[in-house]
Design a protein around this ligand. Structure first.
Ligand code: ADQ
Length: 453
């Protein structure tokens, strides 16, 4: 079997390498298991000079190779172009995007530096799998350095239509970079359609296909079962005093629609007063990218909004909205999701949204909670049993919460069953397996006897 080479902005930190945990690592766990693999990315440290040799460590059959980056390059590449420009653009939020030519230059420099450090480590029959929007030009950089093996790319976030992507300065060059990949993966059919129209119009040969990412449903369900009878879940249950729990779990990010979600909850309390003092919304949103201005503004907005909603609606024995910006351990969260009557997932735009799938996996099949889900999350495509809302309309969120709170048990069970089947159909393992099968097949298409590119 060919060696698998994963490239992502960050690699798992040393303490997590023995037992891979956390987002991408969980998704890749099965793909990495049982084969030789290398994971390449930024070390998390800054360097003074541009070119540093990669540092390599090995844990079992996986080797981790990391490079340091000069502070200024990293700022322009990560905070500037990746998160200040591409993230809002790819989430349809042009008004929040900030373009600077020097950021784009740093983005290209860092991609070149990644390629230069990675190239000598590659073998001709490796399967190289590049992850996400930070590294779009990497494939083309590797080709320029003479790498002719198989390289695939997966975009974890949405891909917008031409009318939005077209606003990106020098966007044609970035679009052309996709052409270096043998396999191009998107989360949903809509994303694939959006990019394919543009690729075709620009005369590029590559086409994107859809590989919806998932979770490891059985292990998440088991974790939730255990955690739901653990001390934290017991404390949470005790504090609710029989009230129904509505749960929101997100990174503190403007794509997640948290302010409108809070307004939707406030509308519920206004328009459906029978739920007053009978529900609690717990929103867990650890600060992320706190050094980017738009994220600091979001935090201020939420602090104010939460204070206002509680000031207006709280009673002396009831605080309707509990809002935490600290991190909560993953296991504890799984338990909380099982305690919740409603999972409230209302991103304005989201590649997939794994929290929605985790909520489904965490439920008690005998008495499951209901999921209120934005139609603009990739997950809405698969989770047909969810109560789907337009997250821009707080009144619609309020109505969906009311429906969920009053839904008969039989309907909850029937909806949950459909969602559970979907969560088990598209898992982290099937995602990685189907992508890698296509990438491996890219070489098989070469005519017999042909020299590998
Ligand atoms: P994210 O934007 O980070 O990921 P999401 O898919 O919801 O969004 O979450 C990824 C992981 O982070 C999940 O396992 C979730 O449990 C965890 N997480 C989220 N909020 C948390 C919190 N408050 N505390 C602890 N853990 C939390 C990007 C894209 C998504 C896409 C994923 C995977 O934006 O659309 O689903 O990549 O491709």
């Amino acid at each position: 079997m060919s060696r698998l080479v994963i490239v992502s902005n960050r690699v798992p930190p040393p303490r997590e390498r023995g037992q891979l945990a956390g987002g991408l690592a969980v998704a890749l766990r099965e793909a990495l298991a049982g084969r030789e693999a290398m994971w390449f990315g930024w070390s998390g440290s800054h360097a003074h000079a541009a070119a540093t040799a990669p540092r390599q460590t090995r844990v079992g059959r996986i080797s981790f190779a990391t490079i340091d980056l000069p502070t200024a390059d990293y700022e322009g590449y990560y905070r500037g172009f990746s998160n200040g420009m591409l993230w809002p653009l790819l989430h349809y939020r042009l008004g929040l995007a900030e373009f600077r030519r020097e950021d784009l230059a740093a983005y290209r420099r860092v991609n070149e530096a990644f390629a230069a450090a990675l190239r000598p480590l590659l073998r001709p029959d490796d399967l190289v799998w590049v992850q996400d929007y930070h590294l779009i030009p990497l494939g083309a950089c590797l080709r320029r350095l003479g790498f002719a093996g198989r390289v695939g790319f997966f975009l974890h976030v949405p891909f917008p239509p031409q009318a939005i992507f077209g606003a990106l300065p020098q966007g044609a060059a970035l679009l052309a970079d996709f052409d270096a990949y043998d396999v191009l993966g998107m989360q949903t059919a809509d994303d694939a359609e959006n990019i394919n129209v543009m690729l075709a119009e620009a005369g590029h040969g590559v086409r994107a296909a859809c590989f919806p990412i998932g979770i490891d449903p059985d292990s998440f369900a088991a974790e939730a079962r255990t955690a739901a009878v653990g001390p934290e879940a017991e404390r949470l249950r005790g504090s609710l005093a029989q009230r129904s729990l509505i749960l929101g779990v997100d990174r503190l990010d403007y794509s997640k629609g948290i302010p409108l979600r809070f307004r939707g909850f406030a509308q519920l309390l206004k328009r459906f007063p029978e739920h007053r003092n009978r529900v609690t919304l717990l929103q867990i949103a650890p600060v992320s990218r706190g050094d980017v201005a738009q994220y600091r503004a979001l935090r201020r907005e939420l602090d104010e909004l939460a204070g206002r909603i509680n000031g207006e609606h709280a009673e002396f024995d009831w605080v309707p909205l509990r809002y935490l910006t600290q991190t909560v351990a993953r296991t504890t969260l799984a338990g909380f999701q099982r305690v919740a009557r409603i999972g409230l997932v209302t991103p304005l735009r989201d590649g997939m949204n794994l929290v929605a799938k985790e909520f489904v996996a965490a439920q008690d099949p005998a008495d499951p909670g209901a999921l209120v889900l934005s139609r603009f999350a990739g997950a809405a495509r698969a989770l047909e049993g969810a109560i789907v809302v337009n997250p821009y309309d707080p009144d619609e969120i309020a109505e969906a919460l009311h429906i969920a709170l009053t839904m008969p048990e039989a309907e909850r069970r029937q909806r949950w069953e459909r969602m559970w089947q979907a969560v088990r159909q598209h898992t982290a393992a099937t995602w990685a397996k189907s992508f890698l099968a296509q990438l491996a097949a890219a070489a098989a298409e070469l005519p017999a006897g042909a020299v590998q590119r």
